[in-house]
Design a protein around this ligand. Structure first.
Ligand SMILES: *[C@@H]1O[C@H](CO)[C@@H](O)[C@H](O)[C@H]1NC(C)=O
Ligand SMILES: *[C@@H]1O[C@H](CO)[C@@H](O)[C@H](O)[C@H]1NC(C)=O
Ligand SMILES: *[C@@H]1O[C@H](CO)[C@@H](O)[C@H](O)[C@H]1NC(C)=O
Ligand SMILES: *[C@@H]1O[C@H](CO)[C@@H](O)[C@H](O)[C@H]1NC(C)=O
Ligand SMILES: *[C@@H]1O[C@H](CO)[C@@H](O)[C@H](O)[C@H]1NC(C)=O
Ligand SMILES: *[C@@H]1O[C@H](CO)[C@@H](O)[C@H](O)[C@H]1NC(C)=O
Ligand SMILES: *[C@@H]1O[C@H](CO)[C@@H](O)[C@H](O)[C@H]1NC(C)=O
Ligand SMILES: *[C@@H]1O[C@H](CO)[C@@H](O)[C@H](O)[C@H]1NC(C)=O
Ligand SMILES: *[C@@H]1O[C@H](CO)[C@@H](O)[C@H](O)[C@H]1NC(C)=O
Ligand SMILES: *[C@@H]1O[C@H](CO)[C@@H](O)[C@H](O)[C@H]1NC(C)=O
Length: 595
């Protein structure tokens, strides 16, 4: 078989020993060789199609064309944004298309509008035959910004291009606007009332689905300037704390903070990092340590008001890059954001004074990129909005660590839990509503090493339970919602030394899934997105000389209104099966269709 040289970034996750040195690399960008095909398939992130995909947009704005070449240490690339003229729309979609040819690493990227993050994404790694990809993200939740004009759209994608790394990323971004509120006769000149224009008779909602009733105002909690650091805050350690001073309008009746997070460098695979004492005791020359517990904390003034245990997004160079072609890892093109209800804290915020919104990343090592958007709903009615805090219960995270090891072999278990309950009342045009938010975060992680550290097992599981309840003294409970999420990950690698310095063979099994169950008033939904991967690679220093990878994925979602499922599998860079189903019947999905 003819092998053509292909350069991919491989971030090898786990230590191994024997004759080979530990593959925790300071130059985490090895190369690999792979069979060339004249036509490379389009890369895909499996997700549910958007409800508007089959509709014709009311209007579309091609906003951004740029080729990201040698952009390291440069500020984000800017474009002007103004809301489309003469266009009646209710929903919006961001379409991102990329293409690249040559040799390059996977890169992190983000799109901001007026400093508010709309998208966190990562790039696939190019191949000599070229790659291309396109995906869409619903950005209706940012409607308040999208209706404004003379804003700056900024895109950051840091990339090094030289004689060796030749891949330039060509990126197009188009915003598509849809009108789902046309009159049944299609009379465009008499659109029905738009969602954002619903005052003064609003209905309380406990839903964290920001797209349903988009906020009236979005305030970025991001780095102030468009300097070379971009709009995200960079965290190198848990001692880094950032704050942004924000004064919210005095007629705010609801507040949600939406946090974007990504982990890089020595913390890219934080959930597999060994403790520092294991590294020291064994004299390993590696910097990926500090154990497996990381938590992104959200602070208001001096209080922790929420936190995030992030879903482990694996970039296309991660673990075994041959897994992620042409199916990329869950969230690689559209990283999840995390929503935290802050309405109980309006009693602190509605004093016509600025307050500090800030972040920290517990136990972080370099580096994390974090920022957020504050979504605010405003009361245009005649009432003077007032609010008060009723309950603040946020015990410290309880973390238990157990370990036993001898030389390179051993077992490390880390278990943690954070329970919080916040409640507060807000008096507005809707009456005097009390919002109670109960959150339970749990994680359980075990990393074990066997056979002189050559077999590594990681079992990581995060469970997040959120409940929101809105009550009124007169009518009792008026709205409730709950979201239960689970992010389990299982990873097993076996490595063996091969002759020659820094040569080893590594085989890997990986299972990762994102599961979510939502209930709100009369709506329920269950989704499960699971990937299973198997592969091997022969590595020499930073080069992957050969290898193979196979990935199968099952995506199922079932809600009160509809169903969707997709089963897809790929082997050695080609899709071998792909079936999609929109039916809820017997052919449909039961929620646990993995084999
Ligand atoms: C275990 O690994 C260490 C470090 O790589 C090596 O020095 C030692 O010889 C290995 N022991 C055995 C029994 O293979
Ligand atoms: C992108 O390129 C196309 C074709 O050259 C052009 O029609 C479009 O206006 C460009 N968009 C921007 C934002 O420059
Ligand atoms: C944005 O618009 C301003 C004013 O019209 C213009 O000076 C500037 O060059 C534009 N910026 C970009 C990136 O197109
Ligand atoms: C971007 O748009 C231009 C003009 O429409 C097109 O020629 C180019 O192929 C597009 N690039 C990508 C990466 O989609
Ligand atoms: C990559 O380069 C080849 C040959 O130069 C060209 O045919 C192909 O269209 C390019 N692909 C992309 C995605 O730019
Ligand atoms: C946008 O800027 C242009 C040029 O400076 C100005 O004419 C226009 O009124 C501005 N639009 C809005 C909505 O501020
Ligand atoms: C469409 O809207 C126009 C202007 O509001 C109105 O005159 C016309 O009667 C409407 N037509 C229908 C079919 O509703
Ligand atoms: C540790 O690894 C780094 C990078 O691989 C290397 O530069 C350095 O010399 C090593 N240090 C020791 C003590 O081996
Ligand atoms: C709203 O209700 C809370 C108790 O539920 C009460 O303490 C508060 O005074 C009420 N606020 C107004 C403005 O009525
Ligand atoms: C992938 O293809 C290879 C070669 O055709 C085959 O040996 C292997 O079993 C396949 N792997 C999976 C998981 O289907």
């Amino acid at each position: 078989m003819h092998l053509s040289l292909l350069l991919l970034s491989v971030l090898v996750v786990l230590p191994l020993s024997g004759a080979s040195p530990p593959p925790f690399q300071h130059h985490p960008f090895p190369r690999t060789r792979r069979t060339a095909s004249s036509q490379h398939p389009k890369l895909i992130e499996v997700t549910r199609p958007l409800p508007y995909d089959s509709l014709t947009p009311a209007c579309s704005l091609p906003l951004f064309n740029h080729s990201f070449g040698n952009t390291y240490n440069l500020p984000p690339t800017a474009a002007n944004y103004s809301a489309p003229l003469d266009c009646t729309w209710s929903n919006a979609v961001l379409q991102f298309s990329g293409a690249s040819n040559g040799t390059q690493y996977d890169r992190i990227s983000a799109v901001w509008l007026a400093g508010a993050e709309l998208l966190r994404t990562s790039t696939p790694e190019p191949t000599p035959e070229g790659i291309s990809w396109t995906f869409r993200k619903d950005i209706t939740r940012y409607s308040a910004l999208l209706r404004r004009s003379n804003l700056t759209l900024s895109v950051m994608l840091e990339n090094i291009v030289d004689d060796f790394y030749t891949g330039i990323f060509h990126v197009n971004i188009t915003f598509l606007f849809y009108n789902l509120r046309k009159s049944p006769l299609g009379n465009k000149s008499s659109p029905r009332k738009l969602v954002h224009n619903r005052q003064p008779s609003f209905t309380p909602t406990a839903s964290l689905e920001l797209d349903q009733i988009p906020a009236d105002l979005i305030i970025p909690v991001s780095a102030a300037g468009a300097g070379e650091e971009g709009f995200w805050f960079r965290f190198q350690s848990e001692n880094d704390a950032v704050y942004r001073e924000i004064q919210i309008p005095s007629n705010t009746y609801r507040a949600v903070i939406e946090v974007y997070v990504s982990a890089h460098g020595d913390d890219e695979f934080w959930y597999s990092n060994p403790p520092d004492y294991y590294i020291e005791r064994n004299g390993l020359n590696i910097t990926r340590g500090h154990g497996v517990y990381r938590e992104v904390l959200v602070k208001l003034d001096d209080s922790v008001v929420g936190s995030v245990l992030p879903f482990p997004v694996i970039f296309t160079g991660g673990i075994n890059p041959l897994f992620w072609d042409p199916i990329v890892a869950i969230g690689a093109f559209s990283l999840p954001s995390y929503k935290i209800e802050l309405t109980p804290f309006l009693g602190m915020l509605l004093d016509d004074k600025p307050h500090y919104f800030g972040f920290g990343v517990a136990e972080a090592i370099p580096f994390w990129l974090v920022d957020a958007n504050l979504h605010l709903w405003l009361d245009d009615g005649p009432v003077h909005v007032s609010a008060g805090l009723i309950k603040y219960r946020n015990p410290n995270n309880r973390i238990q660590r157990e370990s036993s090891f001898a030389k390179l072999d051993g077992k490390f278990r880390t278990v943690g839990q954070r329970d919080s309950e916040f409640s507060g009342w807000v008096y507005s045009s809707a009456g005097n509503l009390t919002t109670r938010v109960i959150t339970k975060l749990q994680f359980d992680n075990e990393v074990s090493y066997k056979s002189n550290g050559t077999i590594v097992n990681v079992e990581h599981k995060v469970t997040v339970q959120k409940q929101i309840e809105i009550t009124m003294p007169s009518s009792g409970t008026v709205a409730t919602s709950s979201v239960d999420s689970k992010y389990p990950l299982k990873l097993k690698t076996t490595s063996a030394a091969r002759s020659g310095p820094e040569n080893y063979l590594m085989s890997t099994d990986l299972e990762v899934s994102y599961e979510e169950e939502k209930k709100m008033d009369h709506f329920e939904s269950q989704m499960k997105n699971k990937q299973k991967c198997k592969g091997w690679m022969l590595v020499q220093g930073n080069d992957v000389l050969s290898g193979a990878g196979a990935t199968s994925q099952t995506y199922t979602v079932k809600d009160s209104l509809s169903c969707y499922s997709r089963k897809i599998s790929a082997n050695e860079s080609a899709v071998v099966s792909d079936a999609e189903n929109f039916l809820c019947g017997s052919m449909g999905v039961s929620g646990s269709s993995d084999s």
